[in-house]
Design a protein around this ligand. Structure first.
Ligand SMILES: *[C@@H]1O[C@H](CO)[C@@H](O)[C@H](O)[C@H]1NC(C)=O
Length: 434
């Protein structure tokens, strides 16, 4: 079960997007330095879109109404963790399979670096930042920090998780707020960090784009939005008529529309089923293994603009996904959450595992454009088995007893206190007293 907090900050009721699939795809239309980078980026785009749909599939099953998340943010956080997993371990390979990494780890690393450079090329539209918070007493392999810094631009910061987890949480939350234009607050809830926490990997992403052609505010009107054939809610419906890339997909029984943002680097893509109750079927088709979203988007972009009369509700939503561990388990990533987790590239002693992943996501769509933000926290802690492994070094005198486990009655008591010549006195009670 996913605990959801859904708030509509506008005066209008929460808009159930039951007849509107929102696929928030970030487009990269830019001159890449060379052909091989272009093809590498294309590969990452395919695997990123595939993961987005895999995640959508699981999350939309768990959420009846609105749903919004950033697969990219979760993907980058997971990829950062995978760098710390032991080479060729199940821990690594499960993430590799889900995120469709290439076999060559160094190629995976350069792909992520390329992806982040390409997406954040124009910093005023999209910002993405990674950071690793580490307990000041916990020793991380320096190579891990070097690699994540080089390919994920993630700075590491020491915090006192052991003594003051709450204060560390506040430090992390305020950094996330800064990175997301204050849209993501309190990412780490109270109590999520404990003295056993040793690391927190964070990805934060913020997008703010103005429509290339804005909606006219005067055209926005209260109108009905159908939840099914007859049930409706009132929404603020925005209207615009403009040339857009658009097509009707006969097979999917849905319309695809691309609305670009200023600068033409990003766009929002809408997929609207023909039928008022067609969303579930459409989602099932789009999230199926055989569907190629990347190809569909390319097709949309090459469809050539046509005049389209667009009516689109103005909306805003915020969601917390705090059971992503279960979600990822459903998607085949399990070992990193168990005591078998192998993060030997972070901690050669094999003491750590991922305990929790939290994502908060926010989106607001209005006449002017879109603001969206998300942050993912991956909390890494000491394995439980190790925390409970207290030391017991019987190197000095001690007491002992033998007791019944059922009634807790002690049957024998004793003391171990050998005498100075090293022999223990097995007859500590004088014979004549027996
Ligand atoms: C973790 O994986 C590495 C191989 O990458 C291996 O050498 C190491 O023994 C593993 N650690 C544990 C605790 O299994």
């Amino acid at each position: 079960m996913v605990k959801q907090s859904l708030q509509s900050r506008s005066a209008s009721p929460v808009i159930a997007t039951s007849s509107l699939v929102l696929v928030f795809i970030l487009q990269v239309i830019m001159a890449m330095p060379d052909v091989s980078s272009q093809s590498q980026l294309k590969e990452v785009a395919v695997s990123t879109n595939r993961f987005a749909l895999d995640l959508h599939k699981v999350l939309s099953k768990k959420n009846a109404g609105n749903m919004f998340c950033s697969p990219l943010s979760l993907q980058v956080a997971l990829a950062m963790a995978s760098v710390g997993a032991g080479d060729n371990t199940k821990s690594y390979n499960e993430i590799k399979a889900l995120l469709r990494f290439p076999d060559d780890k160094s190629k995976m690393l350069s792909s992520y670096s390329l992806l982040s450079d390409a997406l954040t090329n124009s910093k005023d539209v999209l910002k993405m930042a990674n950071r690793i918070y580490i307990d000041q007493k916990f020793k991380v392999k320096p190579e891990y920090l070097e690699t994540t810094k080089k390919y994920f631009k993630s700075d590491a910061q020491a915090v006192d998780l052991l003594q003051n987890a709450a204060a560390a949480g506040a430090v992390i939350n305020s950094w996330v707020e800064q990175q997301t234009n204050n849209k993501i607050k309190d990412l780490i809830p109270q109590g999520a960090l404990t003295p056993e926490t040793v690391m927190v990997l964070i990805n934060a992403i913020h997008f703010k784009g103005d429509w290339k052609k804005a909606f006219e505010k005067e055209m926005t009107m209260k109108e009905k939005f159908y939840l099914d054939e007859s049930k409706t809610v009132d929404v603020d419906m925005m209207h615009i008529t403009n040339d857009y890339n658009f097509f009707h997909d006969e097979k999917l029984k849905a319309k695809f529309l691309e609305m670009p943002y200023k600068g033409d680097e990003f766009s929002m893509i809408f997929v609207l089923p023909d039928s008022k109750t067609g969303l579930a079927e459409l989602e099932a088709a789009i999230t199926s293994e055989s569907f190629d979203l990347t190809k569909k988007i390319e097709g949309l972009q090459n469809s050539g603009p046509v005049k389209v009369i667009v009516s689109l509700p103005k909306f805003e939503m915020e969601q917390t996904h705090d059971t992503l561990v279960d979600t990822l388990k459903e998607l085949g990533v399990e070992e990193i959450f168990s005591d078998k987790a192998n993060f030997s590239n972070i901690d050669p002693n094999g003491r750590i595992k991922v305990s929790k992943i939290i994502q908060k996501a926010f989106v607001a769509v209005d006449e002017k454009g879109t603001e969206a933000a998300a942050a993912t926290a991956q909390i890494i802690r000491k394995k439980r088995s190790l925390i409970e492994e207290k030391e017991f070094l019987a190197e000095h005198p001690f007491m002992f007893l033998i007791a019944s486990r059922v009634s807790c009655i002690s049957l024998f008591v004793g003391r171990y206190l050998p005498d100075s010549n090293g022999e223990h006195d097995s007859d500590s009670v004088p014979r004549d007293e027996l």
